[in-house]
Design a protein around this ligand. Structure first.
Ligand SMILES: Cc1ncc(COP(=O)(O)O)c(C=O)c1O
Length: 447
């Protein structure tokens, strides 16, 4: 019997606020939710569900009862918005011409995408595709083993790298890891650099985080890979420049493959195409996914360099949809939209609007302990008081449900961190409207 983990990513399925929310739903919606819950296996962060969707469009999800909700969650896959015309046209074209390409055959869609991805980061011009982010990380872990001959992996507590047995082993969240039996062996975890709740005092540069990693590399002696998100998406943790530069050096010193998981944050979300560009480092392997499929098709990839191109005796991926024409067409269209519509610059500019508004809110509302973010990825950490920094879990839930009722959806991480992740195509009036909804929720909760 599993327990409810209030610190898990996302809202809790069984809270009082959820019960109140359910009572307000229309009878038809309630009936559909019940049928859903009757058939789907119940699981944390998923079923029973919040609402029933009928459509999605641009920055909105639209419920079966016709409510339009600005989607600042979108599972981090809606960089170019929902039902993007360029994406749909490309997908329909592939769908009607070459919907599937059996393994051992290739096609121009996949070749074109490989070339395009290979041109995006200097030196990272070898690719493998996968049907999901978890699988892309699995392939990265395998490649690191094949390359170094070492199987041990260092990763971070609290991390999420996918729901597979290998990826939950390098992940660091109890709701995935606990009470589920033996995980992959040879995994070590280190603390996540955290600017608000650092493990160590007086460590602004996060040198102690780096020393801890060095300690693990030295004590284990044969670590093969270090995997982490460059910037953690869930509770928005942005490591210092010093941290990533020193970790890059450490990985070189210990012959450890540096795998950066940018599945939710690449493709411009942070104001750069890859988040690692903010740090002036290049990983050995980067994994991307989610928005790569244009909010249409499951599509992920790993990008690496020629020196990892010696796995000929292994089936590293071997996925049925390995070189999907539809997924590749969707991804090419996404890259085209990002370029043509200057979505990366737009993310930087809109990020400044969010930053200014959230800072104002922090000055006004005592419950906002910390505001942090970059580009179009923001975290608002709610606390019961700023001194103790006690996580304000109930406040966060009330804010979430208040916003949902008023037309804004987002995710709550760690029980108290509001995660704001709008589509990059968002219009300014939509952004301002979302920020107004959030601000009104704070006002309502205080009174
Ligand atoms: C950082 C990170 N890595 C990996 C994954 C797994 O991606 P997928 O759900 O496509 O397997 C996710 C999904 O949320 C993620 O956020």
């Amino acid at each position: 019997m599993s327990t409810i983990n209030y610190k898990a990513e996302g809202d809790v399925n069984f809270s009082e606020s959820r019960k109140e929310w359910q009572q307000k739903l229309l009878p038809d919606t309630t009936a559909l939710l019940k049928t859903d819950a009757d058939y789907f296996i119940h699981q944390a962060l998923s079923t029973p569900c919040l609402e029933v969707l009928a459509e999605c469009d641009g920055s909105y999800i639209i419920t079966a009862s016709g409510r339009r909700i600005l989607d600042f969650h979108g599972n981090n896959l809606h960089q170019v918005g929902y039902r993007n015309e360029t994406v749909l046209t490309a997908v329909i074209s592939a769908l009607t011409k070459l919907p599937f390409s059996p393994r051992r055959y290739t096609n121009e869609y996949a070749i074109g995408l490989a070339q395009k991805l290979g041109s995006l980061a200097p030196g990272l011009n070898k690719v493998l595709f996968a049907p999901g982010g978890s699988e892309a990380n699995s392939m990265a872990l395998k490649l690191a083993r094949i390359h170094t001959g070492k199987f041990k992996v260092v990763s971070m507590w609290g991390a999420f790298h996918g729901a597979g047995l290998d990826t939950i082993s390098v992940g660091g969240e109890a709701s995935f890891r606990s009470n589920i039996g033996p995980l992959m062996s040879g995994t070590e975890h280190v603390p996540q650099p955290n600017t608000y709740r650092s493990f160590w005092d007086n460590d602004e540069d996060q040198d102690k985080n780096v020393e801890y990693v060095r300690h693990v590399f030295e004590c284990e002696g044969d670590v093969g890979a270090f995997i982490a998100e460059t910037i953690r998406n869930t509770d928005v943790q942005i490591p210092t420049l010093n941290f990533w530069r020193r970790i890059r050096e450490l990985c070189d010193e210990f012959n450890v493959v540096l795998i950066l998981d940018e599945i939710p944050i690449a493709l411009g979300r942070t104001g750069r195409f890859f988040a690692f560009e903010h740090y002036g480092i290049t990983p050995d392997i980067v994994t991307i996914g989610k928005g790569l499929g244009g909010a249409v098709f499951p599509m992920a990839a790993l990008l690496t360099s020629e020196k990892f191109n010696h796995a000929v005796g292994h089936s590293v991926g071997h996925f049925t949809h390995e070189k999907s024409p539809i997924g590749s067409a969707a991804a090419m269209a996404v890259l085209e939209v990002i370029e043509k519509e200057n979505l990366i610059e737009k993310a930087q500019q809109n990020g400044l609007i969010i930053k200014a508004r959230l800072s104002e809110m922090q000055n006004r509302f005592e419950m906002i302990g910390d505001v942090r973010g970059i580009g179009l990825l923001w975290g608002v950490e709610l606390v019961t008081d700023r001194k103790s920094k006690t996580r304000a879990i109930e406040h966060a839930e009330k804010v979430l449900y208040h916003c949902l009722e008023n037309g804004l959806s987002f995710k709550v991480s760690q029980g108290n961190v509001i995660n704001l992740c709008p589509p990059l195509i968002i219009k300014e009036d939509e952004l301002l409207s979302a920020l107004n909804i959030l601000e009104n929720a704070f006002i309502e909760i205080i009174h």
